[in-house]
Design a protein around this ligand. Structure first.
Ligand code: ZN
Length: 346
């Protein structure tokens, strides 16, 4: 008998950034269909995308200048991390309100389960790079009150809390200083508030500092195996062992530069490259600690996937590689639910 594929809960996407940078009101196109990018409401439904972590991200002024076709000096003058963060969070709230019950902001694992039962698309707010926070962490309570449930302290560039992993391919994740004193305080505060800490952009020093400090499962929402693709953003076997010890999780990133052994951004990358990372991570972490962190709308996808509507092709490739139905369910959503519940509720 034909069993419908499981719908998928995903660890990372950059849709809010794309909606924020778009000209005019981006919400009508979100619900009728965008003519670009990897995600919109109709395509998420068609692909069996049940929801995930939606990142709030303050982009560098250089990126904003290119996207908006404005002088760099103007983009620098407009660069206000607090205001941009607030605008993207407000956009997320407007998005769920405008969805007329089709999308819902989730604050707990029970909320996500309710969405699954009711066929509602689950939205979890994540902060990619806490540039909106000052080192006294004054704004953290407000972010949590607005629905933020996951924070990556920094992206690639330095901020008050540390600096992200940067560097050329091939390269080690050991790129620079780790957490600052404020970064250490942020880890402790997130533990205390039961906000998930995302290790995906941490350099190796920050990773190990977090591993030593944090009481929560170690989670990298959108990273791959360094042994298969020696990108500095990917995780070494020692890092994977620490994640396994903490009963954490890795969300597999679909970006070609994070998948390929040659590190190239190359759309002619077969979907089986994703399968290889899944298999490798299962060998290192076990079946309960691997999931997906697509990075939709933030990376270059394999043409084999194209956009979110390609997800059934990935699940079919995993099935063809011998992944049985119970494991497919774990990869697709059960593992995310387990680790989010453990992090948020203990
Ligand atoms: Zn990222």
């Amino acid at each position: 008998m034909f069993d419908a594929l499981p719908t998928l809960f995903d660890g990372h996407n950059d849709l809010l950034l794309r909606l924020w940078i778009a000209e005019g009101d981006p919400l009508p196109a979100l619900f009728s269909g965008r003519d670009r990018g990897h995600l919109d409401y109709p395509r998420m439904r068609a692909g069996g995308f049940a929801g995930g972590l939606f990142a709030v991200f303050v982009p560098p002024p250089e990126w904003v200048a290119r996207q908006r076709g404005i002088p760099l000096a103007d983009a620098v003058a407009q660069h206000d991390p607090l205001a941009i963060t607030a605008a993207q969070i407000a956009l997320c709230h407007r998005m769920t309100a405008a969805s007329q019950g089709r999308m819902r902001l989730c604050l707990t694992a029970d909320d996500i389960m309710a969405c699954r039962r009711e066929g509602v698309l689950a939205v979890v707010l994540h902060i990619e790079g806490a540039g909106a926070l000052t080192d006294d962490l004054q704004g953290l309570a407000a972010l949590q009150a607005q629905g933020v449930r996951s924070i990556g302290p920094f992206w690639n560039l330095p901020n008050a809390f540390g600096e992200g992993v940067r560097g050329d391919f091939p390269g080690s994740p050991d790129t620079g200083a780790g957490l600052t004193a404020a970064g250490e305080r942020l880890i402790a505060a997130c533990n205390q508030r039961r906000i998930m800490i995302d290790l995906s952009h941490m350099n190796e020093k920050a990773f190990w500092q977090t591993a030593a400090l944090s009481h929560a499962p170690l989670v990298a929402t959108h990273s791959n195996a360094h042994a298969l693709c020696p990108q500095p953003r990917n995780l070494t076997d020692d890092q994977l062992a620490a994640i396994a010890d903490s009963d954490g999780l890795v969300g597999v990133n679909f970006g070609t530069a994070f998948l390929r052994a040659d590190g190239q951004r190359n759309p002619a990358t077969p979907v089986t490259e994703i399968v290889k990372h899944v298999e490798y991570l299962i060998a290192k972490l076990g079946e309960d600690r691997v999931a997906f962190g697509s990075d939709f709308d933030g990376i270059q996808l394999p043409d084999d996937l194209g956009d979110v509507t390609g997800l059934p092709r990935l699940l079919a490739a995993l099935t063809a590689a011998g992944v049985d139905r119970p494991l497919l369910e774990k990869l697709a959503w059960r593992n995310w639910l387990r680790v989010l519940q453990a992090t948020w509720q203990g």
